[in-house]
Design a protein. Structure first.
Length: 186
């Protein structure tokens, strides 16, 4: 075993470091790295860049579309809110018009009802006045006949002259009217 140590010591005396590779290994490793780098930069990176650019465009396009859709949705919402506000104003105006028309119709109906009531009352008064006049005329005639009959019974003779009879009745009724007017005035 001592011999091995000696042999190893003799070989170790040369300037060779075991951690460093041989120069031909370094050369061929560099050539491989350069070839792989060339292929990588020539073919892989452009395709990767192209794919990343396409994805970026799609994402940006999607974002732009989303922003456009959001802007359109916002415009639609504003338009809806405006139409809703206009509809509310229109509904309020219609309600106010209906209320005003209702009040006008009610006032017109009240006025028509009052006019009809006044007409009915006036017709009733005129009818009562006509009936009163008719009754007064009938009563005067009846009272006159009764007075003539009583006068004939009292006098014992017939009072047949129509002119005298009418004058007597009118005078008698006038006296009754005067007494009635005096009695009412008290």
């Amino acid at each position: 075993m001592n011999e091995m140590y000696l042999l190893a010591a003799e070989e170790g005396s040369s300037d060779h470091n075991p951690l460093l590779p041989e120069p031909y290994d370094i050369f061929w490793s560099a050539v491989c790295i350069i070839v792989i780098g060339f292929v990588f930069f020539k073919y892989v990176i452009p395709r990767l860049t192209k794919v990343l650019d396409e994805r970026s465009e799609k994402i940006e396009g999607g974002i732009a579309k989303a922003e456009a859709a959001q802007a359109q949705a916002q415009e639609t919402l504003e338009l809806y809110k405006q139409q809703l506000a206009e509809a509310r104003l229109e509904a309020a105006r219609i309600r106010e018009d209906a209320r005003t028309q209702g009040q006008q119709i009610l006032a017109q109906m009240k006025a028509d009802a009052q006019a009809e009531a006044d007409r009915i009352v006036a017709a009733g008064h005129s009818q009562l006045e006509a009936q009163r006049q008719q009754i007064v005329t009938e009563l005067r005639g009846e009272l006159g006949r009764t007075a003539v009959d009583l006068a004939e019974k009292i006098i014992g003779q017939s009072v047949s002259d129509a002119a005298k009879q009418a004058a007597s009745i009118d005078r008698f009724l006038a006296e009754l009217d005067e007494q009635a007017g005096i009695g009412v005035g008290r």
